[in-house]
Design a binder for this molecule. Structure first.
Ligand code: NAP
Length: 345
């Protein structure tokens, strides 16, 4: 039987991706849509101004969008996917959690809170155990699970492979991030066409902290963050989708590019509907991965790496993932699938 789900912030860049992925999903059935007060009361077709390359799902198109408050969501909805601006998420998520909803959220608020699981199912599914700590501490009947920032999620699986095999000590990363990462009204065309912007507010700090939490060890009560030193520099470029990143990873043990590639290829995936059979694909061609060519790998859920070469204390590589699929909507659906598999719904 399908789990009835709702989407908070259903009209935005990530919200539309959620609808696109949830409509055909084998385990989830869309039962509620919310957005801002400006959209509430409109049909989804009118409010969303559908911008994706696949047709708007007809059954969803005529659904009325509700305001983002617990009373607007039917009681028999078990799981909410949230793609609200962080300031809105921070303000409204607690009310849904108090009402007993399980929330799989894209918003950055709370991602590094000690009792909030920040999960990439293939990397740290066991961190979901923090839900018990969260319920004890906050008295919520529901549960809050976060997926990481889209640029963090791109580099963490290859870093996890290297950490497991060789031990990470220092990570330096420079990003080339697509405009969809800023949402529909995030970057104006006058700013970004024929340009690159060497600043994305708060992004460096998210990559530096979230990655260390994701790569940390959960001991049943808390996550002991990975103590690698991570430093990031983030840039916006005029691609539509797909974040490309240049990573320098220093390791405790000696590593060759060949051994690093093998560790990445062999890093296991997880048996969930949205997870690719092979999580990390390593390109041999030195000019791959590229956003336009490789962002849709494995339905946009694959992590692509390439350009591996030796450095003084480790390896340098490039990595790429689709920011609104693997980096956002697909990531929270994957967390929803994990919640279902682990019996939280
Ligand atoms: P977006 O395109 O601006 O969409 C925002 C959504 O939130 C819309 O549905 C909007 O509804 C709704 N909303 C705005 N203000 C609201 C309010 N006061 N009350 C209720 N609903 C409100 O943003 P996005 O790119 O989809 O990002 C959504 C979240 O995901 C953000 O927290 C972002 O940081 C995170 N995220 C985004 C990406 C990405 O690649 N884009 C990746 C990872 C994480 P209206 O249409 O009615 O305004």
């Amino acid at each position: 039987m399908s789990v009835r789900v709702g989407v908070l912030g259903a009209t935005g860049a990530v919200g539309q991706r959620l609808i696109q992925l949830l409509d055909p999903h084998r385990d989830f059935e869309i039962a509620a849509l919310t957005a801002s007060d400006a959209s509430a009361g409109e049909t989804y077709r009118t409010a969303a101004k559908w911008r994706l390359g696949t047709p708007i799902p007809e059954d969803v198109a005529e659904t009325t969008v509700g305001p983002t408050e617990p009373d607007a969501v039917p009681d028999d909805v078990d799981l909410l996917f949230s793609s609200l601006p962080s300031s809105v998420g921070e303000a409204v998520e607690p009310a849904f959690l108090e009402e007993g909803y399980v929330v799989s959220s894209n918003s950055s608020n709370g991602r590094t809170d000690e009792d909030v699981p920040l999960t990439i199912p293939e990397v740290n599914a066991d961190h979901l155990g923090l839900i018990e700590v969260q319920r004890d501490e906050r008295g919520w009947d529901g549960a809050l699970v976060k997926n990481p920032n889209c640029s963090t999620i791109t580099m963490v699986p290859p870093l996890a492979a290297l950490d497991e095999a060789f031990g990470l000590t220092d990570v330096r990363v420079s990003t080339l991030q697509a405009v969809s990462g800023a949402g529909y009204s995030g970057v104006s065309s006058m700013e970004i066409i024929d340009n690159a912007i060497p600043h994305i507010g708060g992004e460096e700090q998210k990559m530096e902290t979230e990655s260390r939490k994701l790569l940390g060890e959960f001991d049943g009560a808390a996550v002991d963050w990975n103590d690698a030193d991570v430093a990031a520099s983030c840039n916006r470029i005029p691609t539509l989708d797909g974040h490309l990143e240049n990573v320098w990873a220093d390791t405790a043990e000696d590593v060759t590019p060949e051994a690093a590639a093998e560790a990445m290829r062999e890093y296991p995936s997880i048996d969930l509907p949205s997870s690719p059979d092979q999580l990390i694909r390593v390109f041999e061609e030195p000019d791959r991965p590229q956003p336009r060519l490789d962002r849709n790998l494995d339905n946009g859920m694959g992590i692509a790496t390439g350009g591996l070469r030796e450095t003084a204390d480790g390896v340098q590589f490039n990595c790429l993932a689709h920011n609104t699929l693997r980096g956002a909507a697909g990531a929270s659906i994957l967390n929803g699938e994990l919640l279902l598999q682990e019996g939280y719904l």
